[in-house]
Design a protein around this ligand. Sequence first.
Ligand SMILES: C[S@@+](CC[C@H](N)C(=O)[O-])C[C@H]1O[C@@H](n2cnc3c(N)ncnc32)[C@H](O)[C@@H]1O
Length: 583
Amino acid sequence: MEQENAIVEAVATVIQGAENKRALSTTASGSEATTPETASPAHKKPRQQRQPKTPRQPKTPRYKYKIKAIDPSTPMGVLKLEIDEILEERKLTREQIFNDMKMILNIEGKREIYHRPVQNVEILSLTSNGDGLGFIVHPERPEDFQVCLVPFAYPGDIVDVYVFKTHPHHVESDLVKVIKANDLRKDELVRCRYFGKCSGCQYQNLDYNTQLQFKKSTIVNAYKFFAPSLVAEAQLPEISATEPSPLQYGYRTKLTPHFNLPKKVPADLPKPPLGFGSKGRPKWRETAGGEKSVVDIEECIIGTAIVNKGMSNERRRYDQEFRKYKRAATILLRENSTLIESDSTDLNEKVGDGSRDVDGEVSKIKVEFENNEKAILVKTCVTDSKQIVQEYIGGNVFEFSAGEFFQNNNAILPIVTSYVKQNLKIDDEPKENFLVDAYCGSGLFSISCSDGVSKVFGVEISADSVRFAERNAAKNNILNAKFIHGKAEKIFGDLSELPKERTSVILDPPRKGCDDVFLNQLAEFNPARIVYISCNVHSQARDVEYFLTKTEAGKLYKVESIKGFDFFPQTHHVETIAVLSLK
Ligand SMILES: C[S@@+](CC[C@H](N)C(=O)[O-])C[C@H]1O[C@@H](n2cnc3c(N)ncnc32)[C@H](O)[C@@H]1O
């Protein structure tokens, strides 16, 4: 430590020397600018000689490191819990894996010590973010360790890595070589040439069943971490098998490739890569695409065919026009479907604008529509975020602005909407019953589940989405739906007259989940059934625990089922549906 202080002092002295020089040169130029006094009047006091300015003290240390508060349900928050768990299993403490960030940042040469190749790392577990996790020997305290994240590595693998980034309790690394492969690893399955460089997919070298198993484990772990009392009191059902996506490639209806630009764009700037964020910083890789923060990608094989056609059109335009951009930008590619009669001739008029091919024609792909010989779906790729696009799901048509939220995998949506509908059922008697769709977006679940229900109430914070929900209800001839603009809890003001024992509620919040204000009012409203759809199982598990154990009426409920739906094959993401009902 003494030696480190000496280095800090040495660095500080160098800076102070530079400051002194600057201060002196300011004084010198200042005196040069003063007109020399030739004859000062006798009654005037003689001017005092200017004192040189006191040199400014340099700031030491030069780099501060502030540990920011993190939401436990975010990937970094979940990683903290995963690290705690593995430390407990190995009887290690956080002190034993600690990295002194201030010291690493401020002492010359330290980063080179920490950021280094490490060989023969055994991967012990898989994080919910899809990275392998292992221990490596601490670079400065040989009796201690570092927790090392290795992307594209699986439990049982032994790998060589390059550590490139340090955090207080873990390091990030790049996978350099697989020394011994786990049986699960099937590199022959990889279909994308950018796999291992692009941050989009994590699991292409696993067979699909293994991917589904991993996603189930993510759900099990999420409930273990975020619903500990429900787990301890055995109040949760066994997690069901994850529902596969009908398409494992070619399913994503929206892609957003982007590019970076320097702050000042030089006139002769070479074309920046256009694609997706690169994983890690694999500078030492010889193959293309690894050195930049964006991997240049001309085809993304998890995207649908028309979205990839749009990608190729927009890349051609970008090649010619990239110098016109003044700052970094993202290109929107959103699939649009138009249902037309099979013998229609004036296609261009019917499908509207979209990404254009080399001849200036809107690119189109025709596909069959529900075995209907008289109709076809024409797919186009929309790039204007304000343009209205359409999706056909389970016999309904949905319109929304291309830039607004809509689910991204239309192949799995009919399976999901019918699962939700089936789980909302109060009973089969033909009495009045009601549905509340909180966080309803442009009405996907309200409309898909509206038949067999007396009245549907949707609530949504985006005014634009509410307008589309109303328009979609009208388009699909749904007369029993009402949509309210506002925060989710606003809905309870309108529902006081509803028979709660005959009302079911859908929740589909954003990643951060619901807040306590909403969950308390939901418990007070006390509906018969709740179907909670989530794109972040960690915040869902937290909310289910809160609802059942911390709200007044929570104890009246049980969790009937928890099931994953694979909206994003080849990636670590999983959507989860939890069904709650009165005991
Ligand atoms: C995951 S999306 C689900 C949308 C819709 N259920 C669907 O599947 O298309 C979440 C929606 O919640 C909305 N939202 C976010 N915060 C909200 C809040 N506090 N109250 C109501 N809606 C909110 C967003 O605008 C977004 O449309």
